[in-house]
Each structure stands twice: as structure tokens, then as C-alpha cells.
Design a protein around this ligand. Structure first.
Ligand code: ADP
Ligand code: MG
Length: 449
């Protein structure tokens, strides 16, 4: 009973937080004792406990209540290993019982990130190729540092960890270290407090490939930047590979010192753009397969059509769907899907503009009759209006391509694909057309219910 309820608790939590967070903080976590009103969780170290307490206290409380049907006082028991209670996690040498699956203590890499399970698409091709190529000749190419930037959820962490994992697989003695900007700062502060600055420096310099994730976190943190600047120079001069990620182009990092920004720009900069429809579908299918989740194609397409700019959100929808269907023992239907997306990401995401609205709006703007657009006519102006409507419907609604085709005069879905291509090409070639389409989009977005 204890285990069953605890598993439910974990499922509940899994459905609420990011994949990586779950794997880092909850996977493998065990219960030591349960009484009527208190429960004791076993954690690997003090840091782990503090993290759970500060970030997840409420969530853990709610999850326990939901699964056990009563409220608990939560206690923690730290699995004692040598000196473990006051060490900074990355200085830790001794392994202990609870380690998140696939996580490596010395490199901080999680081996679930690989190039094999990273779906390639137009938007990430370049960054992916760059990440692979630095592992062929680390530190020896002009790609040093390699900086990858994108908005959140598009695969930066995945790519740089994949690079680290590939490197370690190729050469076991190659020292790779993955660290986030936040963790780097915490370690730095902690080293000052504990009078261990030289150990800090030694630890970070003792690496052949440094992966620093989310460098924008260092904005405004001058002391930490200063530390990083010296580290960077030291590694760089010794021909060590550095890979960085940021949430925007480095020139737009206002809170970073100029000399750091210019270092960042001295190697290769690669961005990741949001995935196109095909890539989104491929990612969903791959993820579903990996998790043993059976999804109808229509549902896959619905999710891909609804969530366009963030792979992390897309994945968390899948996790929630899976958790809900497992907990409640129900099938994953379109309705469940709609419910999960609108509950978690707002009604707005699902309840989008209708095709009718787009049809009406574009016909009015282009001064063509609706009936002609829906009919068989092939004159240039009609065809163009029709293509614009198809394109905007794909962008702004959650309808499948098939459905768009049917609604617009019983056309085939390949016609819709073709139309979208034509419009995309035209947007690329013709700035004033691009502006027009953007204006249409902008106006149409005001129609949202
Ligand atoms: P970022 O660091 O840019 O915020 P992440 O690397 O954490 O994004 O990616 C968010 C989630 O989406 C992760 O679970 C990651 O594995 C997944 N992901 C992102 N892009 C892809 C892709 N092209 N193929 C497969 N999974 C992806
Ligand atoms: Mg990240």
C-alpha cells in the first residue's frame, strides 16, 4: 500500500513539473517510513533536501494528499555518506544510493540526452551540426566557443548535453563538465563562504570540455561573471572546448560585461528556431513511442497544431496525458487532450480563431467573394487568396491539414501543403508581402474568443 500510494504521488508530481526536474529531484526517491500523519523521505544529501523544501514543498504536500487521501507532515532523512551534509554537490566524490537514472555525477551529464533522440528539423539543423562537429575536434576548430541560443524549450540543453555525452562515449578519459549558469553561481558563492575559492577554481579548470547552460542567468551578477571570465580565458588558452547557451543573441545580453560578450562572439553562434509542423509531429511520435504511449494520428496532429513554439510544453502535455489516462484509467481522446492543454496552458491555446473567420477576413481584405474562393476558379487572384487562407489556417487554428482542405472547397491535404509552401516562399522573397501577412495575422489574432 505504501509503495502503491507513493508511486501515485510520483505520478502526480511527474504530471506537474518538467521532465528534467522530475528526473533530477524525484526519480528514485524513496519513502523510509509512513505513519498516520507523517512521512519520511530518503534524500541523498542536504542540498537535495533543501531544494525539495524550497521549491516543491507545496507540490509534494498536494501530491501526498491526493494519493494517500490525507495530509502529512513531511520529514526528510539524509542518507549519510562521508561528509555529505555540507558539501557542495559538484565537489562530491562519493556515490550514494539515490541517483537520478542516467545521471553522471562527475560530468553532471544525463545520458538521456543524445543526438539519436534529437529530431532534426530546419530550425535546429545548423545548431545540431555545430554541436556534433565540436565533438569531432574539441577545442581545435574555430567553433570555440560554440554558443547556441534560442527561446526556452527548443532543445539547447538537449543539444549541449548530447555533445557532452557523445564526447564521453568516444573517449572515457575526456573530462566533460556540464553546469548551468545558476549552479555555477551557487557553487561560486558557496566556495567563498566556505573559504574554498582555490578548490572552486581548480575544480572548474580541471576539465577538457565545459558546457555552461543558460549563461543569461549571469546577467547583472558581476562577481560571478568575473570568475567566469577568468575561467573562460584559462580554458580557451589551453585549447579546451567551451559550449554555451543563452536565451538570446549575445549582443542582446544587456547585463553582461562587454568583454564577456565579445568573447562569446569570437567563436561560432548558432540559433535554434521553433520546429515546423513535420518536425513537431516527428518529435511527438518519437516521444510517445519512447514512453510506450499509443496516440492516434489525429491527436498527434492536434497537439502539433496547437503547441508550436515550445517543445518542452509539447512534451509535458504528453506526460500529463499519459499520467491522467493511467491514473483515471481512461483512453486518450481528443477531449482529454483539449482539456489538458487548455487547463495547463490557457483556454486561449485551444480556443483559437476559426477558419470561417479567416475566410471572411481575407476575402474582405483581398476583395474577392467567398463563394469563388470555395469554388473551382483558378484565376490568379482567387488562387492567391485561397493559398493565404490555407496558410493562415495552418498557422492560427488547430485544424489538421486534411480538415482545412475539406473546409475550403473539399480540397486534398496535399493542396494545402502546396499552398503553404507557395506562401512561405513568397514571404521569404517579398518583404512587402511578408508585412501584409504579418498584419493579417495580427488583426486576426484579435478575433480570438
Ligand atoms: P531549452 O534548453 O532550449 O530550454 P531543452 O533542451 O530543455 O530546451 O528542451 C526541452 C525539451 O524538449 C527536452 O525534453 C528536450 O529533450 C526536448 N526537445 C527539444 N527539441 C527537441 C528535438 N528536436 N527532438 C527531440 N526532443 C527535443
Ligand atoms: Mg535549457
Amino acid at each position: 500500500m505504501k509503495n502503491e500510494n507513493w508511486n501515485k504521488t510520483l505520478l502526480y508530481i511527474k504530471a506537474k513539473i518538467e521532465d528534467t526536474a522530475f528526473q533530477t529531484w524525484f526519480e528514485g526517491l524513496e519513502v523510509s517510513t509512513v505513519s498516520n500523519d507523517s512521512i519520511t523521505l530518503l534524500v541523498p544529501n542536504r542540498f537535495h533536501y533543501e531544494w525539495l523544501e524550497s521549491k516543491y514543498r507545496h507540490l509534494i504536500h498536494d501530491a501526498l494528499k491526493d494519493s494517500f487521501g490525507r495530509s502529512f507532515v513531511v520529514n526528510y532523512s539524509v542518507l549519510l555518506t562521508e561528509k555529505s551534509s555540507d558539501e557542495i554537490p559538484s565537489f562530491k566524490k562519493k556515490e550514494n544510493n539515490i541517483i537520478p537514472k542516467g545521471y553522471n555525477r562527475s560530468s553532471n551529464l544525463n545520458n538521456r540526452y543524445s543526438f539519436e533522440n534529437f529530431i532534426e528539423g530546419k530550425g535546429n539543423q545548423f545548431a545540431r551540426a555545430a554541436a556534433i562537429s565540436v565533438t569531432d575536434k574539441p577545442g581545435q576548430t574555430l567553433f570555440n566557443p560554440l554558443l547556441i541560443y534560442s527561446s526556452p524549450g527548443l532543445g539547447k540543453t538537449h543539444l549541449i548535453q548530447a555533445a557532452g555525452n557523445r564526447m564521453v562515449r568516444k573517449n572515457k578519459s575526456f573530462r566533460v563538465l556540464y553546469i548551468t549558469g545558476e549552479k555555477f553561481m551557487l557553487d561560486f558563492i558557496s566556495s567563498i563562504q566556505k573559504n574554498k575559492s582555490s578548490e572552486f577554481t581548480k575544480f572548474y579548470r580541471n576539465t577538457d570540455m565545459l558546457l555552461l547552460d543558460d549563461v543569461h542567468f549571469l546577467e547583472g551578477k558581476e562577481q560571478t561573471q568575473e570568475q567566469f571570465f577568468h575561467l573562460f580565458n584559462d580554458l580557451y588558452q589551453r585549447g579546451k572546448q567551451i559550449i554555451l547557451t543563452t536565451d538570446r543573441h549575445p549582443r542582446n545580453l544587456v547585463g553582461l560585461k562587454e568583454r564577456l560578450v565579445s568573447r562569446f562572439q569570437s567563436g561560432l553562434i548558432a540559433d535554434i528556431q521553433p520546429p515546423d509542423l513535420e518536425t513537431r509531429i516527428a518529435i511527438i511520435r518519437n516521444d510517445a513511442k519512447h514512453n510506450g504511449l499509443e496516440l492516434d494520428y489525429s491527436i498527434t496532429e492536434f497537439i502539433a497544431n496547437t503547441i508550436k513554439k515550445d517543445v518542452r510544453i509539447m512534451k509535458s502535455v504528453l506526460i500529463r496525458l499519459q499520467a491522467l489516462s493511467a491514473l483515471k484509467n481512461i483512453d486518450i481522446s481528443m477531449d482529454l487532450c483539449r482539456q489538458v492543454i487548455s487547463e495547463n496552458f490557457g483556454y486561449d491555446t485551444v480556443q483559437r480563431i476559426t477558419l470561417k473567420q479567416i475566410l471572411g477576413y481575407v476575402c474582405e481584405k483581398q476583395k474577392v467573394g467567398k463563394a469563388r474562393v470555395l469554388g473551382k476558379g483558378r484565376s490568379q487572384e482567387i488562387a492567391l487568396s485561397r493559398q493565404i487562407i490555407m496558410f493562415l489556417s495552418r498557422e492560427l487554428t488547430s485544424l489538421s491539414l486534411k480538415k482545412i482542405g475539406i473546409e475550403l472547397g473539399k480540397r486534398d491535404h496535399s493542396t494545402v501543403i502546396h499552398a503553404c509552401k507557395i506562401i512561405e516562399e513568397r514571404i521569404e522573397k517579398n518583404p512587402s508581402f511578408k508585412k501584409l501577412i504579418e498584419q493579417y495575422k495580427h488583426e486576426l489574432n484579435k478575433f480570438k474568443l
